[in-house]
Ligand binder design. Structure first.
Ligand code: NOJ
Length: 574
């Protein structure tokens, strides 16, 4: 078996003689840290509380830096920690240069960043500038008078022109993205909640302010930015009417509007290119062409796309493995040569990975969580692992709307009620898909409140913390946690897993997802059984498996080609 340095030597030799090879053996032309990074997405509100207020904080993250390091991840994406009234848990920023009081102070931030860097972990900040909070001083000034110097930082429609053309809001209980404001007798635009007015990127003053904010954080030494909802930032400020029913496919009307690429190129010139920072777009536009235009190196915009087509596959009704293979395969093929992708099955806007993609029944939970982690960590693209998924944390099973905290859940409940929807059905679907499922406190121990807080947690702790927690898994051989650590080690040791060509094997199987990853002469085979029953994969005769590199079942099953329920194995190929 080649080790990493011999692989590298092969790779450099390849580059220097510039030989041509078949597509599926072509190595990536440029190595960068963010392609090789393993990202841990950390939702600060739910990670660790040190002051007993029931809300996670930066000191809690500092306390757990050794844990994060022990996972073998190399970067953290932190959800927003800026000053915010928390209408949308920090995605409504009222002060872009401050730390949210509940999370701590700037001194805590500096210590946290230093602690990460000391451990070789990079920090990616969430930057939320499609919209601000309605409590931001810019918006307060903007709404105060039609002649305010900040008026043009936001989108306004004077009421004397009548009602503005309908705009769909993702979060508003009425569905309307225009809110009437009596102070100046005008409507303002909010694609998300009314507490999140959209910033007007068409105004160069606003753009200068945002770049200045980004430079502030880059000067502090952060290593990257994740651009929240940025694909929606450019708007036609004549606000033309859209066709009736457009909201069913609103991305076509909201994403990637004229001007967006100019803003990104300007951001790249003004900020991104001046620092050693990576950038990831949330969303990838309307089609592959958009996605490439966002991240191909010659565009000088962003580094990495974060496309939703994959994560959107599992629905309340279930999903077919075929769709997963088709979607991930299509994206991989599209990005095999230019551009770069994020690989993820969960984030803070989704219910828990194992409950959506795996089987969270205790009989299959651990195996299926480990299988899903194997998938994320063995695909081409930068893997993003969401906090708690390294343990197999599950959905929480709320049954009353009073238990939910998420603005999207609460507002969609109101909307459904006012539209006379079948509320039993609505609640069942919410129970499956709510974002709160993915935001419950980190399960550190079996103690009351899972060792997350000494106070009352802002969102209930999952009852299963008594047996599903870090302390227990840390000391259990073969636990989801320890398997996750082995997977990250494997990825760090095998450049094939980062850069290697991806080829589907056994395409027709409804239960087995099998693929190879090839870099030069090195080939790995990933075998994943997405089912509760045993299965024998059908492999082409040309595939001759060699050493087994990792298995989510104990050693005695190694070498057999019959896969146990949710078994995930990686082999070296001869
Ligand atoms: C996308 C974020 O991921 C989500 O959590 C947030 O609610 C919206 N953008 C609005 O900022």
């Amino acid at each position: 078996m080649r080790n990493v340095s011999s692989l590298l030597a092969f790779y450099l030799a390849f580059l220097s003689c510039n030989q041509t090879t078949e597509d599926n053996t072509a190595p990536e032309p440029d190595r960068t840290w963010w392609k090789e990074a393993i990202v841990y997405q950390l939702y600060p509100r739910s990670f660790k509380d040190t002051d007993g207020d029931g809300v996670g904080d930066l000191k809690g993250i500092i306390d757990e830096l050794d844990y994060i390091k022990s996972l073998g991840v190399t970067a953290v994406w932190l959800n927003p920690i800026y000053g915010s009234p928390n209408a949308d848990n920090g995605y409504d920023v009222s002060d872009y240069r401050a730390i949210m009081a509940e999370f701590g102070t700037m001194a805590d931030f500096d210590r946290m960043l230093e602690g990460m860097h000391q451990r070789g972990i990079k920090l990616v900040m969430d930057i939320v500038v499609n919209h601000s909070s309605d409590q931001h001083p810019w918006f307060r000034a903007s709404r105060s008078s039609r002649t305010s110097p900040y008026r043009d930082y936001y989108h306004w429609w004077p009421a004397e022109k009548g009602k503005p053309p309908y705009r769909y809001s993702l979060f508003d209980p009425s569905g309307d993205a225009w809110k009437y404001d009596s102070i100046t007798d005008a409507y303002y635009l909010h694609y998300f909640s009314f507490q999140q007015p959209d910033l007007k990127w068409e105004n160069p003053e606003l753009r200068r302010e945002v770049y200045d904010i980004m430079r502030f954080w880059a000067e502090k030494g952060v290593d990257g930015f994740r651009l929240d909802a940025f694909q929606f930032a450019a708007k036609d400020t004549t606000y033309p009417a859209f066709p009736a029913g457009y909201e069913k496919d609103f991305i076509q009307y909201y994403a990637m509007q004229p001007g967006l690429h100019e803003y990104l190129q300007e951001m790249n010139r003004e900020v991104l290119s001046r620092y050693q920072v990576m950038s990831v777009s949330e969303g990838a536009g309307r089609n592959f062409e958009d996605a490439h235009a966002l991240v191909d190196a010659d565009r000088h915009e962003l580094n990495m796309a974060y496309a939703f087509e994959g994560v959107d596959i599992p629905q309340y009704e279930g999903y077919a493995l075929d769709s997963m293979k088709a979607v991930f395969g299509r994206w991989d093929a599209e990005f095999a040569h230019d551009g770069w992708l994020s690989i993820f099955l969960a984030n803070h806007d989704q219910a828990r990975m194992v409950s959506r993609w795996g089987n969270d029944n205790p009989a299959f939970r651990n195996a299926s969580a480990s299988l899903l982690n194997t998938f994320i960590l063995s695909m081409r693209g930068t893997p993003y692992c969401y906090y708690g998924d390294e343990l197999g944390m599950t959905n929480i099973d709320f049954d009353s709307i009073s238990q939910y905290r998420d603005i999207a859940a609460l507002n969609s409940y109101q909307k459904a009620r006012s539209e006379g929807a079948d509320m039993d059905d609505f609640m069942k679907r919410l129970n499956f898909s709510s974002r709160d499922n993915g935001r419950t406190p980190m399960q550190w121990t079996a103690a009351p409140r899972a060792g997350f807080t000494s106070g009352t947690p802002w969102l209930p702790v999952n009852d299963n913390h008594t047996e599903l927690n870090v302390a227990r898994q840390d000391s259990t051989e073969g636990s989801v946690l320890n398997h996750f650590r082995r997977l990250t080690q494997l990825r760090r040791d095998h450049l094939e897993l980062v850069y290697g060509a991806y080829d589907l094997v056994d395409a027709g199987s409804p239960q087995v997802y099998a693929y190879t990853r090839t870099l030069g002469e090195d080939r790995l085979l990933v075998l994943l059984n997405f089912g509760d029953a045993e299965v024998v994969p059908t492999l082409p005769a040309a595939i001759v498996v060699g050493k087994q590199l990792i298995d989510n079942y104990p050693a005695q099953t190694a070498g057999t080609m019959r896969l146990k329920p949710w078994q995930a194995v990686i082999y070296r190929l001869e």
